[in-house]
Design a binder for this molecule. Structure first.
Ligand SMILES: N[C@@H](CCC[C@H](N)C(=O)O)C(=O)O
Length: 284
């Protein structure tokens, strides 16, 4: 099976062009290819499929084989893939996802897509829709007990669920310990992605993420959008200008247009290498 490894600020996935290839069991393929020792090495698997309703479809799977409804870093790479491979010959592209159709604009350099802006849609703040268990309609700066310690979190869905926790210093966190405790907390019936955020100034925040189904990754695009929304709701950053979100793998620019109630994410997408792998032992 042919594949392409791509990354968006270090959040790396194995991409399979399902205009040409067929994947029978994406969860099993995701678990195998993601393994950094026995597989290709990635945070998960993304299938690029034909779509009846958009220019193409993104179907994403985490490292543990679970399906994600949206992937911010992944969707920039999907847009780059379909443009660079001549599958879609325009710089404004629509991509169907499990959380609806997203619209993407590309900047082209030397014939290849480079900087990519995605209309990520409207943030979801209703606790029942995220979903989080809460006795209020929205969860903004609410207390939560995790591993016997009290934290405060804000809950936002960008098509997938995020808990945003503000901390003094992201560098000193033991994410491998607290990440799984947030992910599997009883308040989060579908598990959750958790962003730990340090506010740097009125326009800039720094974050580390523990992703549902993949563990700590170098970046999360939907997470960065959720962090920008939460940071505005909590009064940490200016609501009128884009927020620079600094992640371990690089920066994303996020703008929540409050009059449209739409979140825009701008960042790069990079092809790492193409390859071919024998997955016949998985029945593929
Ligand atoms: N890394 C992604 C999000 C991937 C899905 C997430 N782990 C989930 O299960 O919701 C991004 O860039 O948004």
């Amino acid at each position: 099976m042919k594949f392409t490894k791509m990354q968006g600020i270090g959040n790396d996935y194995v991409y399979i062009n399902c205009f040409e290839e067929t994947v029978k069991d994406p969860s099993a393929v995701a678990r195998f290819v993601s393994d950094r020792h026995f597989g290709i090495g990635s945070d998960g698997l993304i299938l690029i499929r034909p779509s009846q309703v958009a220019d193409c479809e993104m179907d994403m799977y985490n490292l543990d084989g679970s399906q994600g409804a949206m992937c911010g870093n992944g969707i920039r790479c999907v847009a780059k893939y379909v443009f660079d491979h001549g599958i879609v010959n325009k710089t404004s592209i629509s991509i169907a996802t499990k959380s609806g159709i997203k619209y993407v604009d590309l900047t082209v350099k030397d014939g290849k897509a480079s900087l990519i802006r995605v209309n990520m849609g409207s943030p979801i703040l209703q606790a029942t829709q995220i979903p989080v268990v809460a006795d209020t309609e929205q969860v903004i700066d609410a207390p939560i007990q995790v591993d016997g310690q009290e934290y405060h979190y804000t809950a936002v869905s960008m098509g997938n669920p995020h808990a945003i926790v503000y901390v003094e210093d992201t560098d000193s966190l033991d994410l491998a310990k607290i990440g799984p405790s947030f992910e599997n907390h009883v308040n989060f019936p579908d598990r959750i992605n958790t962003e730990f955020v340090q506010v740097l100034d009125k326009h800039t925040v720094k974050m580390r993420v523990w992703e549902r189904g993949s563990g700590e990754t170098l970046a999360c695009g939907t997470g960065a959008c959720a962090v920008a929304v939460a940071s505005i709701l909590n009064g940490h950053v200016s609501p009128d200008t884009p927020v620079t979100v600094k992640l371990l793998g690089g920066d994303l620019q996020i703008f929540w247009n409050r009059s449209e109630n739409l979140v825009y994410m701008t960042g790069p997408a990079v092809t790492v290498f193409d390859g071919q792998i024998d997955l016949s032992f998985l029945g593929e």
